[in-house]
Design a binder for this molecule. Structure first.
Ligand code: CTP
Length: 398
């Protein structure tokens, strides 16, 4: 999600400049505003007209254009963006950047900016492997410039090797990562995940079909944004993500205790499929058939509602409490009611009817219910749902 983000896109003069046209579309699809800057050499490969038409914005071309300077000076232009992307970054542009040149609009913007810069190099394989280029690349990395690609493959010049510009969608992912990096640094977030197991006796238990995949993806996405994540997980079939503090539990009662012990937190996300009931008369030793043909009667007791308990805490409530609602009918109505009933800020609702393949599957189709309204997201990989949700959480905590 790049809604509201301004990307200054410097297009260098190389054959890969045609891919910058698609990059503009991809960035705009995600809600970004793209301000294009063409070097003189870039104009040999793509026209200002096509770039401007795709971006829907003024195209900046030459440094000493007095009209532009009256509208927006180059210093201001270099700082009005959230991120500067150079694609394609030619060997010449990279040399200028490394050397601190400022002899045209693109190089001047890159010198004057106080924003992060992401480059997508593209050039002939010999140029890419040349010691001068590699020296410049190392200098740029030392200056904090981010790089995406180049990829290896057939090149427009007929040679094969590293030097092909990264594909537009790879550049988009790098842009998203660059903009979100560290957004949750210093934040503590508690995540519950997986099913709970409620014992019947020492060898039998009641469980549900949750794999823990959505919770694990969420833990990974939050940690990826720099959050300190306490990941309280029931016996899930998916391993917990790297980079989180894992607390393993079995029952709902243990999960509640672990969550309470992990507080305080800036946010808590309850992705676990907690069993609503436990067996009140669980046996201390294995239950045996007594030969009478009579099945044992299980008495159920309601489990504590972890989400509601935390959402309704008088003191020490996390600033943002997010619940999930797994429903099979009237998803939205149930989700809205659940948000009210449990006192949480957001509900992430999904339809887990058998036909959807969502529970235990790789994808999820969710509706986000907040105080502001309802948003339906398309069917996405659970990792993508997690990244979007993590980005929203970062926005909410900002
Ligand atoms: N939840 C929880 N503790 C429970 C039950 C549920 O923390 N004992 C949380 C889940 O992690 C989820 C949300 O509450 O974030 C909704 O869970 P769900 O099972 O859909 O709700 P229920 O309370 O079971 O409501 P219903 O019986 O209407 O399905």
């Amino acid at each position: 999600m790049l809604a509201g983000k301004r990307i200054l896109l410097v297009i260098g003069g190389g054959i890969a400049a045609y891919k910058a046209l698609d990059l503009i579309r991809r960035l705009k699809e995600r809600g970004a505003t793209v301000i294009p800057v063409l070097t003189r050499a870039a104009e040999e490969f793509v026209t200002p007209l096509s770039v401007g038409a795709l971006a829907g914005e003024k195209v900046y071309r030459a440094l000493f254009d007095l009209t532009d300077e009256a509208e927006m000076g180059h210093i201001q232009l270099s700082r009005s963006a959230d991120l500067i992307v150079v694609a394609p970054a030619t060997a010449d542009l990279m040399a200028k950047m490394a050397g601190g040149h400022a002899d045209d609009l693109a190089s001047t913007l890159l010198m004057a900016t106080d924003k992060r810069v992401l480059i997508a190099p593209a050039m002939n394989v010999r140029m890419w492997t040349h010691p001068a280029l590699q020296r410049n690349l190392a200098m740029l990395a030392g200056d904090g410039v981010l790089t995406v690609g180049p990829n290896e493959g057939d090149m427009a010049c007929g040679e094969y090797g590293p030097g092909r510009m990264a594909e537009p969608l790879e550049i988009v992912s790098a842009v998203e990562a660059a903009l979100a990096a560290g957004a949750l640094a210093g934040r503590h977030i508690v995540v519950t995940s997986g099913p709970t197991h409620e014992p019947i006796d020492p060898v039998r238990y009641i469980a549900n079909r949750s794999s823990g995949a959505q919770g694990a993806a969420l833990g990974a996405a939050l940690a990826g944004l720099g959050a300190r994540v306490t990941f309280v997980t029931g016996p899930a079939s998916v391993p917990p993500p790297a980079g989180v503090h894992v607390v393993r539990v079995e029952t709902a009662a243990e999960m509640l205790a672990a969550v309470e012990a992990a507080l305080p937190a800036d946010a808590a996300v309850f992705a676990a499929a907690v069993a609503d009931w436990r067996v009140a008369n669980a046996a201390a030793s294995k239950m045996k058939k007594d030969g009478s043909g009579k099945a044992p009667a299980l008495n159920f007791a309601e489990n504590p509602d972890i989400l509601a308990t935390v959402a309704r805490m008088d003191t020490g409530r996390p600033g943002l409490v997010v619940g999930f609602a797994a429903e099979t009918d009237d998803v939205l109505a149930h989700a809205r009611a659940k948000r009210e009933r449990k006192g949480c800020d957001w509900i992430v609702a999904n339809d887990v009817s058998a036909g959807t393949g969502i529970m235990g599957g790789a994808e999820n189709e969710v509706t986000l219910v907040t105080a502001e309204g309802v948003e339906s997201w398309p069917r996405l990989a659970k990792g993508e749902v997690a990244r979007r949700l993590a980005a929203r959480i970062a926005e909410a905590l900002a």
